[in-house]
Design a protein around this ligand. Structure first.
Ligand code: 5AD
Ligand code: SF4
Length: 484
């Protein structure tokens, strides 16, 4: 679940595990304590941090951007690859040094690492005072109190119901134009390389009414873009069990295509994105709904992981190369202007040179606009760790990754070059980093375009024509503007 381009490198870096400090300045009924919240990993973690900030501000905490003035430091963490965890450990060690000078400092870990390592982080690694898994955030005020009274505090219970649907997130992102809405939690897929089903628990969907209400409130506050988040949004289901039994006959059943339609109808000026789609579950219905509404952005992140059917089988992805290509053909047929991005893993267990070549050929066949590319990192307790040997030498993994990245660089460049002379509508997000006389925004396909400022301000839509393209950036000229 991620995006690309200039502005989005911020998010891209966070996917790689870099830290972003987030803060909320005001709290209700303040208790005088300052919270410093640091988030690593995917968009879902950033969305969760907004829920954590909301729960703690309701309990009197104010948040700070300055970790040295904090009374409580919480790190919301990612376990997806080993190096993501290592970065968090290094940071926690630094905070432990600070605790020597300020013994009352509470250091806590949230998110996937908390869930995966549980008490080890307290007892063996001695890096934190508090451990809270992704479904335990309502318990944080109590857990912090426990630490303050001299105990160590842990809650790593996973829930089958928790969706935090009633909690109104404190928006921590910059800009006030684009926000995340979490529509479901957990994952039931059990891809063999992936730790997420163990750290985030069973899949559950959130009440569509609360999702639509959140989108409406965001629009009323001036937001113009929402990203609907889930590990596998295509399996969103409300009021129906996995076996197909209706739960409450007096209520409608809602699937992802229907949910998208409900959110699209909030307002035509509210753009909707979503992440992440799963090739095995993405229906033509979803694509037809996207095609029907202009405000459903023409951009799909469809992780393939590998271009070889045998590798996909070992990965337990639930589709073949042919199935995946059929989904790509459906996207291109139903929405010829839709951009497609992907995730790829190089050097999965047993991957031969031929299988690796299949990944390269699939990439070219699809012509991805963008890709997130990784080499395989074995994760404890996953199916792959139990069943297969992590037998591809690190140098081979890295070499294959470099080859994959080189193919993608060509594809991304070709995609950008094709935009020269094209017209598109961008949603202005802010002032360009390089010049106050320019603003940037994204088009429906999620490509960042820089244009002269004119009178444009964040939240405006602008029709532009693309006049220049470098590898990473597109520039355009204004055709006409509309007030948002
Ligand atoms: N090693 C490398 N990459 C991984 N991903 C998930 N688990 C692993 C792993 N063990 C990648 C997948 C997924 C993305 C979020 O991270 O490509 O789609
Ligand atoms: Fe992990 Fe697969 Fe679930 Fe994505 S769909 S979170 S890769 S198990």
């Amino acid at each position: 679940m991620k995006e690309f381009n200039d502005v989005e490198k911020v998010i891209d870096e966070t996917v790689q595990g870099a830290a972003t400090m987030i803060a909320q300045e005001e709290g209700k009924n303040q208790n005088g304590k300052k919270l410093y919240l640091e988030s690593y990993g995917c968009q879902m973690n950033f969305s969760d941090s907004e829920i954590v900030a909301s729960i703690l501000s309701e309990n009197g905490f104010t948040t700070t951007r300055d970790s040295s003035s904090a009374d409580v430091i919480l790190m919301n963490t990612c376990s997806i690859r080993e190096n993501a965890e290592q970065r968090v450990r290094n940071k926690l060690s630094q905070y432990q040094k600070r605790k020597k000078e300020k013994p009352s400092l509470v250091i806590g870990i949230l998110g996937c690492m908390a869930e995966r390592l549980k008490k080890d982080l307290l007892e063996q690694e001695k890096l934190v005072d508090l451990v809270a898994g992704p479904d335990a955030y309502r318990d944080l005020p109590k857990l912090i109190q426990e630490v303050e009274s001299g105990q160590k505090a842990v809650n790593v219970l996973l829930s089958r119901e928790e969706t935090y649907a009633d909690i109104s997130p404190v928006r921590l992102g910059k800009g006030g134009i684009a926000a995340f809405i979490s529509i479901m939690r957990g994952c039931d897929n059990m891809c063999s390389f992936c730790v997420v089903p163990f750290t985030r628990g069973r899949e559950r969907s959130r009440d569509p009414k609360s999702i639509v209400q959140e989108a409406q409130e965001l629009f009323d506050q001036g937001y113009r873009e929402v990203t609907l988040l889930g590990q596998n949004v295509d399996s969103y289901k409300w009021n129906i069990t996995k076996k197909g039994e209706i739960i409450d006959p007096s209520e409608p059943v809602v699937n992802f295509a229907q949910l998208m339609e409900m959110v699209a109808q909030v307002n035509p000026l509210l753009r909707i994105r979503f992440s992440t789609s799963h090739p095995k579950d993405m229906t033509d219905d979803v694509l037809h709904t996207m095609a029907k509404y202009e405000n459903l952005c023409k951009y799909i992140h469809l992780p393939v992981q590998s271009g070889n059917t045998d590798v996909l089988k070992r990965m337990n992805r639930g589709y073949s190369r042919e199935w995946y290509m059929n989904r790509i053909e459906a996207i291109k047929r139903i929405m010829p202007d839709c951009a497609i991005s992907t995730d790829i893993i190089a050097g999965f267990c047993g991957e031969t040179e031929e299988e690796h070549q299949d990944t390269l050929s699939l990439m070219k066949e699809v012509g991805y606009e963008f890709a997130y590319m990784f080499y395989y990192s074995e994760r404890p307790k996953t199916l792959a760790e139990r069943k297969f040997e992590d037998d591809i030498p690190l140098e081979t993994k890295k070499r294959r990754l470099t080859e994959i990245q080189a193919v993608q660089a060509e594809l991304s460049h070709a995609a950008n070059s094709k935009m020269l002379g094209e017209k598109c509508t961008i949603l202005v997000e802010g002032t360009s980093k390089r010049s106050d006389d320019e603003v940037f925004g994204r088009n429906s396909q999620n490509v960042v375009v820089i244009v002269p400022k004119n009178n444009l301000k964040p939240g405006d839509y602008a029709d532009v024509i693309i006049t220049d393209c470098t590898t990473a950036t597109l520039r355009g000229e204004l055709i006409q503007t509309e007030e948002a």
